[in-house]
Design a protein. Structure first.
Length: 224
């Protein structure tokens, strides 16, 4: 097998693993159905990844890299134009609705949270590099929102702004998934098909602007 063919086959397996693990979790997914999805043979899992655990770890890294790449646009402008960086962050979160890969990344991450209740985190402990990246991500978001909030910035207001736009952006892929899988596309708000992405990003962005303005206009709280 040529080198390019090996890379293509490995990437197909990772993409298929992301899709199946996102739908069924580690325990519910089988190597056979993942290989069928990828159009590959079962021996390829052993060849590229060792076993199912090694493959799952590779899929985790694949999902993380997909998300990191989408965030580079945001960090590139965070220091010079924090409001535009936030707008870009909102667009990036919405890609989880409109882009199938990012939607699967979102479901994969939620599936890990669900499976953690059954002890999966003991099988797949967080890699130190993942912990460091998460810490770096949180620090960047805190700096970005501190610049936007100005004198109104504190842990509570920063958290409130984060939850304001995260809840809107991250709920939409869930609702879209429910409508497509359970309601067979008959839901009233099938966003990926009927809503314009730019318009929706503007709508959420303006909600954040109003939230920030309200927080900045609040009188300071007197300490007891």
């Amino acid at each position: 097998m040529a080198k390019d063919d090996k890379i293509e086959n490995r990437d197909r397996l990772l993409a298929a693993g992301l899709k199946i693990f996102a739908e069924k979790g580690f325990s519910g997914a089988t190597v056979r159905e993942i290989c069928d999805e990828a159009g590959s043979n079962i021996a390829a899992i052993s060849y590229y990844f060792g076993d199912k655990v090694g493959f799952y770890q590779a899929v985790r890294e694949y999902a993380r890299q997909a998300y990191v790449q989408t965030m580079q646009r945001c960090w590139a402008m965070a220091e010079t134009d924090p409001w535009q960086a936030l707008r870009t962050h909102i667009e990036t979160l919405l890609e989880q609705t409109y882009d199938s890969t990012m939607s699967q990344v979102n479901w994969f991450r939620m599936r890990e949270l669900i499976d953690s209740s059954s002890g999966l985190e003991n099988v797949f402990p967080p890699l130190k590099v993942q912990e460091d990246k998460l810490r770096q991500y949180e620090e960047r978001i805190t700096r970005l929102l501190s610049a936007i909030l100005g004198s109104a910035a504190n842990p509570t207001t920063i958290a409130l702004v984060i939850y304001t736009y995260y809840s809107l952006c991250l709920f939409l892929p869930i609702q879209t998934h429910v409508e497509k899988r359970i309601l067979k596309g008959q839901g009233r708000f099938n966003i990926s098909d009927t809503q314009d992405r730019s318009h929706l990003a503007d709508f959420i962005f303006n909600i954040v602007r109003r939230t920030v303005a309200d927080l900045q206009n609040q009188p300071p709280t007197e300490k007891p």
